[in-house]
Write a protein that binds this ligand. Structure first.
Ligand code: HSE
Length: 371
């Protein structure tokens, strides 16, 4: 049994991680020690054994007794605890969902279906801090895995359609409140068989712009609308989310020559799946059927969806993918710009491959390494 400290297991990513650990039977080899920042002494989950209590997540002595810690508690927690723990001489493995440590030189971004080689080399070099990647980046790399493996990509432009879950649990709930509010204001006109679409739109737009529209956690109306800005501003007119596309992808894959990644990140009214419309510049012209076969072989989770209306309606959307480990890629076709330009649309669960699953798998890799 491997003793593992688990922090932030009650939040959204943490709950999905717990669900995956349970589904995967991982508690058969994990001896979990559950920590809390707010309920120290409270009852720990059943996996910790009868009567087990929650330990103090800020107590460096308690934490440093463990060979492995996995945290979904968030960036503020990592900032507050990680350095102290390392400075105390702790030599354990730290597996983290937060972005805080991602770009530090001594950390590796874990996405083993595509960068197992980078992870293994890091373990051999004594690296002990592994961080999950940004959700959009991880999902994009999963979807295009085969094209990266074959070194076929020169650059990527990505227009994202990011779900409310990426902003947080409160934002997901507010999106549903906004939807309910719009449903309520439109209810009377919807019951009127003579209503016109434009009359209803006028009522909805007025509601979205009125002061009683639910708008505390999201920065702008999302239900029936979208928000073309995610995270803070950085240099060059980009958002931080957009910059992560380039820096994280190159850190994850460590290609010989940097792959330029840019785009515009947009929040949409999906609940938990991130989608992306991609424009890819290939290093050379390849027949479409060859590209499709490479994409199909990316990894066991990627499914290539036929570029047809029927298949796209049936498969290629958040409602189909939510709660599954499938990463779908469709609408694959050559673009008008030239034979090396490829268009594609991909969708995957932001909380699974975009957050919890790479961490769960990293934990299993650490276990293998320690055995
Ligand atoms: N930053 C992402 C988003 C989620 O806002 O959708 C975390 O990877």
């Amino acid at each position: 049994m491997l003793k593992v400290g688990i922090v932030g297991w009650r939040g959204m990513v943490g709950s999905v991680l717990m669900q995956r650990l349970r589904e995967g039977g991982d508690f058969a080899w994990i001896e979990p020690v559950f920590f809390s920042t707010s309920d120290v002494g409270g009852q720990a989950p059943a996996e910790a054994g009868a009567g087990a209590r929650l330990k103090d997540a800020y107590n460096v002595n308690e934490l440093s007794a463990l060979p492995v810690i996995i945290t979904c508690q968030g960036g503020e927690y990592t900032k507050r605890v990680y350095e102290k723990l390392r400075q105390s001489g702790w030599q354990g493995y730290w597996i983290d969902a937060a972005s805080t440590l991602r770009m530090q030189p001594e950390t590796v971004i874990a996405l083993d279906p595509v960068n197992r080689r980078v992870i293994d080399e890091a373990l051999n070099r004594g690296i002990k801090t592994f961080v999950g990647g940004n959700c959009t980046v991880s999902l994009m790399i999963m979807a295009l895995g085969g094209l990266f493996r074959e070194d076929l990509i020169e650059w990527i432009y990505s227009a994202t359609y990011q779900a409310a879950s990426g902003a947080g649990a409160k934002q997901m709930i507010e999106l549903m409140r906004q939807m309910r509010h719009l449903g309520q204001v439109a209810d009377e006109s919807l019951s009127n068989p003579a209503v016109t679409a434009l009359e209803m739109e006028r009522i909805v737009t007025a509601a979205q712009n009125s002061s009683d529209f639910p708008l505390n956690d999201l920065p702008a109306p999302l239900a029936g609308s979208l928000i073309p800005w995610i995270d803070t501003a950085v240099d060059g007119g980009q958002t931080r989310e957009e910059r992560k596309g380039h820096v994280e992808l190159n850190k994850i894959l460590q290609p010989e020559k940097e792959i330029a990644v840019d785009g515009i990140c947009v929040r949409v009214g999906a609940l938990r799946c991130h989608s992306q419309a991609l424009c890819i510049k290939l290093k050379r012209d390849l027949p479409l059927n060859e590209i499709e076969s490479i994409l199909r072989g990316s990894n066991e989770w990627v499914h290539l969806i036929e570029n047809s209306p029927q298949a796209s309606f049936k498969e290629l959307h958040p409602a189909r993918v939510s709660g599954t480990l499938d990463v779908l890629i469709g609408r694959v076709h050559k673009l008008r710009m030239g034979p090396e330009y490829l268009g594609a649309f991909t969708v995957g669960d932001q909380l699974l491959w975009g957050a919890a699953e790479p961490l769960r798998r990293m934990l299993a890799i650490v276990r293998e390494w320690l055995e």
